[in-house]
Design a protein around this ligand. Sequence first.
Ligand code: UN1
Length: 510
Amino acid sequence: MALPSHDDIIDLARRGLRGCGADLDELLTAEGSGTIPLRSPITGQALGHMRADDAASADAKIGSAAGAFEQWRTVPAPVRGRVVQRWGELLGEHKEDLAALVTVEAGKTPSEAAGEVQEMIDICELALGQSRQLFGKTLPSERPGHRLMETWHPLGVVGIITAFNFPVAVFAWNTALALVCGDPVVWKPSETSTLSAVGAHSLLRRALEENDAPAELNQLLVGDRGLGERLVDDERVALVSATGSVRMGREVGPRVAQRFGRVLLELGGNNAAIVAPSADIDLALRGVVFAAAGTAGQRCTTLRRLIVHESIAGDLVDKIVAAYGTLSIGSPTAEGVLVGPLIGKAAFENMQSALEAAKAQGGEVLCGGQRVLADEAADAYYVEPAVVRMPGQTEIVEAETFAPILYVIEYSDFDDAIALNNAVPQGLSSAVFTSDMAEAERFIAGSDTGIANVNIGTSGAEIGGAFGGNKETGGGRESGTDSWQAYMRQATNTVNYSGELPLAQGVEFL
Ligand code: UN1
């Protein structure tokens, strides 16, 4: 299958950006110190270079966000909600434009890229409703003539660090709620997602302008990880919401804690699905293939471990391997392609070394793993998704490899299957396929992940359900019914209208 030309990709990027209100030719600059390359994994080639932020501009942007906070915190929350309402409308109008940028930079198929923009629209809707529901509780005081209540107040600047694989949705999850909660945002996207970031940022800027809200509420830092480190260490950043690897989270968490800032971490997943003998096998098959091979295995919710009952393992695995054989791999811009490229060379190398390790640990590669289209584009990394039968949950199975490798492990006892599900350091998503209600409930009660599904795969969570995981996944939750609380500070207020001064716990003094 032919890959698009370099000019085709540039043209797609140019049109996408223009639709979002930005101009590619204005962004491009000659390569030099202080620039970063723009690149598409579809061809592996650089699309050009763009000026990056430096320490001084990052400092100034954080400062102007902090300045805008003083005004924004005083705007009533339902009025703040109008900005995200408008942003959601603009995202709807320019869905294809922004999705095109996601395709160019993340290599997602148009359907998956549009789905990502839809997640942004969905969180805008949730945040709009939330803008009228930032409620605290009132509770009975133990003292006569007193009222006890909880109130919620804007927190301050929110620093957002996002990864290459959901280059715009995760920004929106944080930003839509942060804005209604009264907080400005400073966003450091992955270096590989600069154009998508400019597109999403431009549409938000327009929504702010149209609502006479300060443009300074929305700041974009373009450049390398050093800028993310500035967000992490800056005292003016009240919350650092970071999505990425466990290694990144291990650095971010303690550094923010050191200055008593707040963190929200969305780190790695190593998600399993248990397929029980009573499962609807065709449904399980579709659920497994989308979750394991979709997005070329580059979601944090990607299915990486299949824990299948020994009585059906042979049949199910044969069907999975056959289904993998029908997946069309190639440029996401081509009709019918379901599996696009890996983000880059390092991802490919990690996949190859994981497959080598799996073999050394007793695994048998049933299909996939090979690179394809290398002749057409030496710097683009397309791979056939792999299925590997493992003798057990060996060391490599316990690691998250951000590539399409599905390890298959058999079980005989359901409790053992749940124990295997839990016996990894990560705790993001899990699923069970079963028609046995008791098994489904045992799984929900027993799985230690933040997301635990029944009869659907591990990926593709919808807005409204709290998204995030436990253990090494970092503990953060986004987009859920109470996620807004992460972006606000809570106060307890005791109001005395008794004219006396009774002390709590009956304490006597003076
Ligand atoms: C991620 O991979 O970083 O549940 C987020 C899903 C998507 C979000 C994934 N809604 O797969």
